[in-house]
Ligand binder design. Structure first.
Ligand code: GRF
Length: 207
């Protein structure tokens, strides 16, 4: 059986990356391999996480590079590791740079992201702070397909998290993160097993 090649784009800590690597390593996700992890921040902790799991880690600094040029470099690096448009899967895991329309269209329907709020509430940066400032009682996390507009693609999985009295951005972020580590691997598993179908804005998971 040929394995689905997965490329993960990161910028920082890499805890979602680690959750996915664990799920692949333990056989929870079968039929896929993470073949490369690419960071636009050359000293991201996530690169060390990748190496620890024996996965090729590539630092590809984005500073001073125009978005489309940078995304061209990304495509090259992904393809070099077998993550081909129309075949591979690209996961954004704390990737802090916007993707160009060119990239999103090239890997259309094959890019996922995790966001720390219940979209469409609180897209963009500092989602946990936005939730606290708004005063919602429930927030959570969302795995969605990526479209050119930020945090706007069809939703794959969501998990609600209660906001506690006295929560700070940090305590809330941590409570949400625990759920991120559960639903991101689950969503990847559904994709790898060919069980996700997108109908307009809606994603249907076959049983
Ligand atoms: C997570 O909260 C994720 O939802 C957001 O960025 C953070 C990345 O954390 N997109 P990590 O690098 O996976 O630890």
């Amino acid at each position: 059986m040929t394995l689905l090649k997965v490329g993960v784009l990161v910028s920082g800590r890499g805890s979602n990356l680690e959750a996915i690597l664990k799920a692949v390593g333990s056989g929870v996700i079968k039929g896929a391999e993470v073949s490369v992890v690419i960071s636009n921040m050359p000293d991201a902790r996530a690169l060390g996480v990748a190496r620890r799991y024996g996965v090729k880690a590539v630092g590809l600094p984005s500073e001073g590079v125009a978005r489309e040029d940078y995304d061209g470099m990304l495509v090259e690096a992904l393809r070099r590791h077998g993550v081909e448009p129309g075949k591979g899967l690209v996961l954004l895991a704390g990737y802090m740079k916007m993707l160009s329309k060119y990239f999103v269209e090239l890997y259309q329907g094959r890019i996922m992201n995790i966001h720390p709020s219940l979209l469409p509430s609180f897209p963009g940066l500092n989602a946990q702070r936005q939730a606290l400032e708004y005063g919602v009682k429930i927030s959570g996390c969302t795995v969605h397909f990526v479209v050119p507009e930020v945090d706007a693609g069809p939703i794959i999985l969501q998990k609600a998290v209660e906001i506690h009295r006295g929560d700070t951005e940090e305590t809330l972020a941590l409570r949400i993160l625990r759920q991120e580590h559960r639903i991101y691997p689950q969503a990847v598993k559904l994709f790898v097993e060919g069980r996700l179908k997108v109908e307009g804005r809606r994603t249907v998971a076959a049983r």
